[in-house]
Design a protein around this ligand. Structure first.
Ligand code: ATP
Ligand code: MG
Length: 391
């Protein structure tokens, strides 16, 4: 054995070094207080989000109705995400069809809980969840995103670095732990995105995986799979949608999220090994949820869809895999796929989504194609959301 190199110490040293550099990287990206801010949106983008003409927005501005845009370089009119929401409220008040500008819940509509899952790592769960959450927020839904992954990639994308920003807890674990759980409101944080709140993740979440077998063994009558749903009930009136970004494993957290879910989105990269892995995931999910159902768990849901991720339309084998899935699962595969794009991965390097990044920093055609694909996917999901409310 190599003397003097204890693995625990070596790994600890590496973690300390890496963590220091990551913090420096963040300080560089988001100076000086390292809080993330959202860019402004051009009047063209806002018009498209609202489904009105740019000229109409200009007219509203000139008449002094609603928020006044900032004037940017070249006389461009720029709006904040708050402004977009203010415009939505104003336009909704005068809309002929209710819900035209505020598409969220109405009386008697249920809170929708969308769980993004697959136990294959890197299948695009976090990327999908983040773009869906942000687009829904921009579209006027009140969104609560919950990071269930101890790796906390979703939180990192939203400006939280788990080992620095959550020193005294603050993950969902605090609210669902068996002893002395915190109220849900205490762990929800606002983000720099209007309409998007977040419960961040970090390694504390692993505790739930460790505690649960003990609680089950003690036969105390406490049930793990109801804990998330019960906590969501505390804040359900504040949101239209809850979106869970799950870890790449089928543990007690993922199962509890699935039990709380009203909709399930399975992300899958269309390659043989990934599809085979998904098959195992589906088998295991079915078995485990079957047990939960027998114990009284609620398995009602509005929809389940497979989303093809990191799709390369020119790739023959991928197309075969996609056709294969469509032939098996039919309408359960979303029509639109999330294209593989350097715009998405490049934005990820600076911890941003495509909705956040300043498009000036990307090749125009690459950006447009990626954005079109994301909007198409999110639009399809939003249609399912509306349908679940009977619209
Ligand atoms: N459409 C895409 N185009 C290009 N890169 C992508 C795309 N979707 C995801 N990626 C990249 O692939 C990697 C994995 O994606 P992501 O983190 O979303 O997967 P995940 O399923 O959440 O992974 P994990 O299982 O580890 O949580 C990331 O680096 C991400 O930037
Ligand atoms: Mg992830």
């Amino acid at each position: 054995m190599n003397q003097g190199t204890r693995i625990d110490r070596l790994v600890g040293e590496h973690a300390a070094k890496l963590s220091e550099r990551l913090l420096a990287h963040r300080a560089q990206l988001f100076p000086p207080n390292s809080a993330k801010q959202l860019r402004r949106f051009t009047s063209g983008e806002v018009a498209e989000l609202l489904g009105v003409k740019d000229a109409y927005l200009r007219k509203l501005g000139l008449e002094g109705r609603g928020p006044q845009p900032e004037t940017g370089p070249g006389g461009r009119r720029l709006y904040t995400s708050n402004d977009i929401m203010a415009l939505r409220r104003m336009l909704e008040a005068g809309a002929k069809t209710p819900g035209t500008y505020l598409p969220g819940r109405r009386k008697n509509d249920h809170l929708q809980v969308i769980t993004v899952v697959n136990f294959k790592g890197g299948s695009g769960k976090t990327t999908t969840a983040a773009h869906l959450a942000q687009k829904c927020a921009l579209d006027g839904y009140r969104v609560l995103a919950i990071d269930l992954d101890p790796q906390a990639s979703f939180s990192a994308l939203h400006g939280f670095q788990p080992e620095f920003d959550l020193l005294d807890g603050g993950t969902l674990y605090d609210a669902i732990r068996y002893e002395d759980p915190e109220p849900m409101r205490k762990i929800i944080r606002q983000t720099y995105f209007t309409n998007l709140d977040l419960v961040p993740g970090n390694l504390d979440l692993m505790e739930f995986e460790h505690d649960t077998p003990r609680v089950l063994a003690a036969r105390s009558g406490q049930m793990f799979f109801t804990r998330i749903a019960e906590k969501l009930a505390e804040v359900e009136a504040d949101y239209d949608l809850v979106i869970f970004d799950c870890p790449p494993q089928l543990g007690f957290l993922t199962m509890s999220a699935l039990s709380a879910a009203t909709a399930v989105l399975v992300t899958v990269h269309p390659q043989m090994l990934d599809v085979m892995s998904m098959c195992q995931f589906l088998l295991m999910t079915s078995n485990l949820l079957g047990v939960v159902a027998e114990a009284g768990g609620n398995m009602e849901y509005d929809w389940l869809r497979y989303l093809v991720t990191r799709y390369e339309p020119g790739d023959g084998p991928q197309n075969q895999m996609v056709s294969f899935m469509r032939s098996l699962f039919g309408e359960h595969v979303l029509n639109h796929a999330m294209l593989k794009s350097t715009a998405i991965s490049d934005a990820g390097v600076t911890k941003q989504t495509l909705y956040e990044i300043d498009k000036g920093s990307l090749t125009r055609s690459t950006y447009d194609r990626a954005l079109e694909s994301l909007n198409a996917v999110n639009g399809e999901i939003e249609a399912l959301i509306q349908k679940a409310w009977g619209r």
